[in-house]
Design a protein around this ligand. Structure first.
Ligand code: UDP
Ligand code: MG
Length: 311
């Protein structure tokens, strides 16, 4: 198998047929003789699976991986990748924000020996300014926090080689930030600039809180720096407390009165808050360690439909 295209789908019944049509055209254009399109149904509650089943009857290139329930974007993608058999693997979203028509050019780069050809968004259509600002902020924080170079303005849209995929699948972690993990794998990686389109249909499956959670997964899986945040706080608190002590002694000798309960209460509250934040951060990591240690399977497949068997 020369090429696999892997697409996680969650409630995408408005896009999935158009997706199939355009990806098929792109695969044919790219000149590969053997290809497969792996669509993952991530526990959709709309007609996505029904449409997929109808398509798989008529197309031997289709593989449908139907998950037992909604597992979330990154795990759904992992499930699809685990079923991909191609020498090169294209990862994209179901909403056609990433144009499949770029496949022939990306594949040409891959044939020149590039292991990871990652789409770099030079323009993003149809996204709110709020999301763009959040994305910017997120990538700045991430690059400050982590030791791996994770490129900015890059999503999961990319073409990867078999050896990169094998390394990726060998990583057992649950909190998966796949674009970061691929950056971490290394080998030859290259940016491929493109314009990100607006969604073909439907609405984003990433509401605000899911995005925040995703951002923290990303940061915590690449950095333990937030855990150390308590150290500078503790240091500044010590300096401040020393200053206050000196002030109290001077005030005593100069006959001034010590500050009242209000300032004391403020200080206590302030530092309690800091402590709680730090405990909370530690809790986040312990929680993630706990989840990881349980070592549950990353996803559960209900059934795999293969076009070649059905058709
Ligand atoms: N997705 C998924 N499971 C989820 C949420 C999203 O498989 O729980 C898929 C979704 O169908 C799409 C991709 O992940 O193909 C990216 O989601 P979306 O386009 O909503 O994200 P955005 O582009 O708004 O960041
Ligand atoms: Mg999208």
């Amino acid at each position: 198998m020369e090429l696999s295209v892997v697409v996680p789908c969650y409630n995408e019944d408005e896009s999935v047929e158009e997706l199939h049509r355009r990806v098929t055209a792109a695969c044919k254009d790219s000149g590969v003789k053997t290809y497969e399109i792996v669509l993952v149904n991530d526990g959709s509650s709309d007609g996505t699976l029904a449409k997929m089943k109808a398509m798989v009857e008529a197309d031997p290139h289709l593989v449908i991986v139907d998950l037992s329930r909604n597992h979330g974007h990154q795990l759904a993608l992992t499930a699809g990748l685990a079923h991909a058999q191609g020498d090169h693997i294209l990862i994209m979203d179901a909403d056609l924000q990433d144009p499949p028509e770029l496949l022939p050019d990306m594949l040409a780069r891959a044939h020149d020996g590039i292991d990871v050809v990652y789409g770099e968004r030079v323009k993003r259509e149809g996204e709110t300014w709020f999301k763009l600002v959040m994305a910017k902020l997120f990538y700045k924080t991430l690059s400050y926090m982590s030791d791996v170079e994770i490129p900015e303005n890059v999503g999961d849209f990319r073409l990867i080689s078999r050896r990169v995929l094998d390394e990726l699948l060998a990583m057992p972690e649950r909190q998966r930030f796949i674009r970061g993990m691929i950056a971490w794998v290394g080998f030859k990686q290259e940016a491929f600039p493109y314009e990100r389109k607006a969604r073909f249909a439907g609405t984003t499956k990433y509401p605000f809180w899911k995005l925040v959670h995703f951002a923290f997964d990303a940061i915590s899986s690449f950095s333990i720096r937030p855990l150390r945040i308590a150290i500078p706080f503790a240091f500044s608190a010590a300096v401040l407390a020393g200053g206050l002590g000196i002030y109290a002694i001077l005030a005593y000798f100069l006959g001034g009165t010590a500050s009242g309960w209000a300032s004391l209460a403020t200080i206590i509250t302030f530092f309690s808050a800091l402590q709680l934040i730090c405990i909370g951060l530690i809790g986040e990591y312990i929680g993630r360690t706990y989840i990881q240690v349980k070592g549950r399977p990353l996803f559960i497949v209900r059934k795999v439909f293969r076009g070649s068997e059905a058709g």
